[in-house]
Design a binder for this molecule. Structure first.
Ligand code: MRU
Length: 376
């Protein structure tokens, strides 16, 4: 991008997944991409909740930041508002936003963080100020976190003159975060460092985040890529050769089991069968130490028409039953490493994940993350 300052907190692209301006959350409507770049104006809690539920804004870190700004809308003081009334509005808004998407832990994480910051505020004005400050901090930190994560991720990227082939699932780029991306951020940083790459992009049925969003981002970044159906990954591994898989995460349990977009698990199985290292890239805010393993994770079930209807045309016979889990859980045993903003975690994950969360908390945010990685 011409004139881009990599160290600034400004967006690294000509577009932004979300932007707070004058008491309003502007959301790039990802349902319309890549055809149209249209921003939605979300100036009520309901509008923010709808934007999250309908995937106008999506991707775990972006959902968390959007929800945090939703609380800022709820806490905006109206004339002569009493503290108790604003507090009640805040609690109601948090409950409404929390229910929009159950799998991405970043949503609950961001809401809880803002609610905690608001605790004990002595006045409505102070409460409102604290809520907006915390929401803004979450968004600003996400920008720094993703760049730190991307740098740590370079240690798992082969360096060589010929192109490195990467399989990527769903969308984990600037669109899925406040800026820069997680797994796609690792790919992007390698490209910016001069490594030749070829990205095999899973289309990511049913809502085509790979085809619509990841291909769009990769094209703008000038990174060579090809789109394929989700079922083609194993074939590509066997016939073309794949160096590594890089995916994001919606929730990582204390043992390393990882929830991510449906299809991730079968990609990990294919990678295991072909000896391809399978890496998860996620900020520490996606780690849920309260969840012992993946068996307790709530997997969002979405409407069957997302599967049965493509481009407005019904593909299945009327009345066909449809299963539409939006996520699946990849067992930790299939994951070669977890790339975070404090380093690359390698198995066994239990202690490494706890240490990463502690290190991130001790750093007081991504602005002060540790420079060296955690390995093992
Ligand atoms: O349903 P989505 O599009 O919100 O699902 C997104 C994913 O599964 C991503 O891989 C995950 O949230 C990580 S985004 C950095």
């Amino acid at each position: 991008m011409p004139g881009r300052d990599r160290d600034s907190l400004g967006p690294s692209e000509g577009y932004q997944s979300l932007r707070w301006d004058g008491g309003v959350l502007w959301v790039l409507d990802q349902r319309e991409l890549p055809g149209e770049t249209r921003y939605l104006q979300a100036d009520t809690v309901d509008a923010v909740a709808d934007a999250i539920r309908t995937l106008a804004v999506r991707g775990a870190p972006a959902i968390g930041a959007a929800a945090a700004y939703g609380l800022a809308i709820a806490a905006a003081p109206e004339s002569r508002d009493e503290l108790a009334r604003v507090q009640a509005r805040l609690e109601q808004a948090a409950a409404r936003l929390r229910g929009t998407r159950p799998t991405a832990v970043n949503l609950a994480w961001a809401l809880d963080r803002v609610l905690k910051a608001a605790e004990g505020a002595p006045s409505a004005a102070e409460l409102s100020h604290r809520v907006l400050a915390e929401a803004s901090a979450i968004a600003d930190e996400d920008r720094r976190i993703n760049r730190a994560l991307a740098q740590h991720g370079q240690s798992v990227m082969p360096r060589r003159p010929s192109a490195v082939t990467v399989v990527h699932h769903c969308n984990t780029g600037s669109l899925a975060t406040v800026d820069y991306g997680t797994a796609l951020g690792v790919i992007r940083a390698a490209h910016e460092a001069g490594q030749a790459l070829f990205v095999l992009v899973d289309e990511t049925r049913p809502l085509l985040q790979g085809a619509r969003l990841t291909m769009w981002e990769l094209q703008q970044l000038g990174i060579p890529a090809a789109l394929m159906v989700d079922g083609a990954a194993a074939h590509q591994m066997r016939t073309r050769g794949v160096d590594l898989c890089l995916v994001g995460a919606d929730r990582i349990a204390a043992n390393g089991d990882t929830a991510n977009k449906i299809g991730t698990y079968q990609l990990a199985l294919a990678a295991k069968a072909h000896g391809v290292p399978f890496y998860v890239a996620a900020p520490t805010s996606t780690i849920d130490l309260a969840m012992a393993d993946g068996s307790g994770m709530v997997i969002e079930e979405r409407a069957g028409d997302e599967v049965a209807v493509i481009g407005g045309r019904r593909m299945a016979p009327p009345g066909a039953a449809v299963l539409n889990p939006a996520f699946d859980v990849t067992p930790a045993a299939l994951v070669a490493g977890i790339i975070t903003e404090v380093g690359v975690l390698t198995p066994p994950y239990r202690d490494a994940l706890a240490a990463a969360v502690a290190r991130s908390a001790a750093g007081g945010g991504a602005g002060r993350v540790a420079a060296e990685g955690i390995r093992g």
